[in-house]
Design a protein around this ligand. Structure first.
Ligand code: GDP
Ligand code: MG
Ligand code: K
Length: 300
């Protein structure tokens, strides 16, 4: 994991009505077809949709389901989850369609921005479909509604101005570590399951001594071709030194136990022998962000 000075990283939530071009933007930014999965039925979960790693920054894009007028109780709940996400991320991209005027849907979303301090980018997409003069009036109509930190017209499909959007976004990312390995563009389901298995063992074995929101990050999953063995490296992240002590245990006993139990489950999952290497790290902000963004409202 990279933690050098001058490195910026942060979480960005992309929101907007269906079909405004959110997935198209992500695909363009990440350069691979990875956001297609975002069209699955909505869940309450905040999913990492894509990670862009450059020389000096890492952008983690988060799907924020539930920003729409609630129709039922679950809708209310999801709305709450979504609102909490908006508070936690470093920047919000609010995407609108240049071809369509300001409507009730947009109004409803903008209302949600009033209670958060997070900078909101207004990204006006599909500018390839309108006359430049029309763009000016679209910009004006939105300017009246909210104090957006930046207004960026783009064409996600053709790529116009997308680089500029990324540059501007970077200005709003705090100094921070590379949360994901550079070669990782999206959360691999396997990675996620493995991290959950480790998390579960750690929580179970340490009981109430460790807050429920302990996080596990998978640093590496490496298949060794010759031998039928998978090498997994993972970091358990806690908030305080005292918690690190508990997770490691006397002479490393606790960590060893966590590792042994998790390894058995991972081997069953992968159908192969696993060499599991676990590390424990104290990192306050990281833990808060990762766990709240990824897990808020998800578990019991
Ligand atoms: P999402 O529902 O917000 O994720 O929207 P999608 O990314 O799936 O895009 C919906 C439709 O709009 C697709 O047919 C895209 O090809 C199209 N689209 C997205 N961005 C642009 C753009 O900049 N220009 C044009 N002309 N079409 C776009
Ligand atoms: Mg989509
Ligand atoms: K605000």
């Amino acid at each position: 994991m990279n933690n050098q000075q001058g490195h910026q990283s942060g979480f960005i939530s992309i929101i907007g009505r269906p079909n405004v071009g959110k997935s198209t933007l992500l695909n363009r930014v990440i350069g691979q077809k990875i956001a297609i999965m975002s069209d699955k039925p909505q869940t309450t979960r905040n999913k990492v949709q894509g990670v862009l790693t450059t020389n000096d920054a890492q952008y983690i894009f988060i799907d924020t389901p539930g920003i729409h007028k609630p129709k039922h109780k679950l809708g209310d709940f999801m709305m709450k989850v979504a609102q909490n996400t908006l508070k936690e991320v470093d920047a919000i991209i609010f995407m609108v369609n240049a071809e369509e005027g300001f409507g009730r849907g947009e109004e409803f979303i903008i209302e949600k921005f009033q209670s958060v301090k997070t900078p909101v980018f207004l990204v006006i997409n599909k500018i390839d479909k309108i006359h430049p003069d029309a763009l000016l009036s679209v910009i004006e109509s939105y300017k009246e509604k909210y104090n957006f930190c930046e207004i960026v017209p783009i064409s996600a499909l053709e790529g116009n101005n997308v680089d500029r959007l990324l540059e501007q976004l970077k200005e709003y990312l705090p100094e921070g570590p590379q949360y994901y390995p550079a070669d990782q563009v999206t959360d691999h389901p396997e990675r996620f399951i493995i991290s959950e298995l480790i998390r579960e063992k750690a929580l179970h074995l340490t009981r109430e001594e460790i807050p429920h929101s302990l996080a596990v990050v998978i640093d590496k999953i490496e298949r060794q071709d010759k031998k039928d063995i998978i090498h997994v490296m993972a970091t358990i992240i806690v908030e305080r030194d005292s918690q690190k002590g508990i997770v490691i245990g006397k002479q490393g006993k606790m960590l060893k136990e966590v590792g042994q139990r998790a390894r058995v489950d991972i081997e069953n999952l992968m159908g192969s022998k696993v060499f599991l290497e676990l590390w424990v790290k104290v990192q306050k902000d990281w833990r808060n962000k990762m766990t709240q963004l990824r897990d808020f409202g998800f578990r019991e």
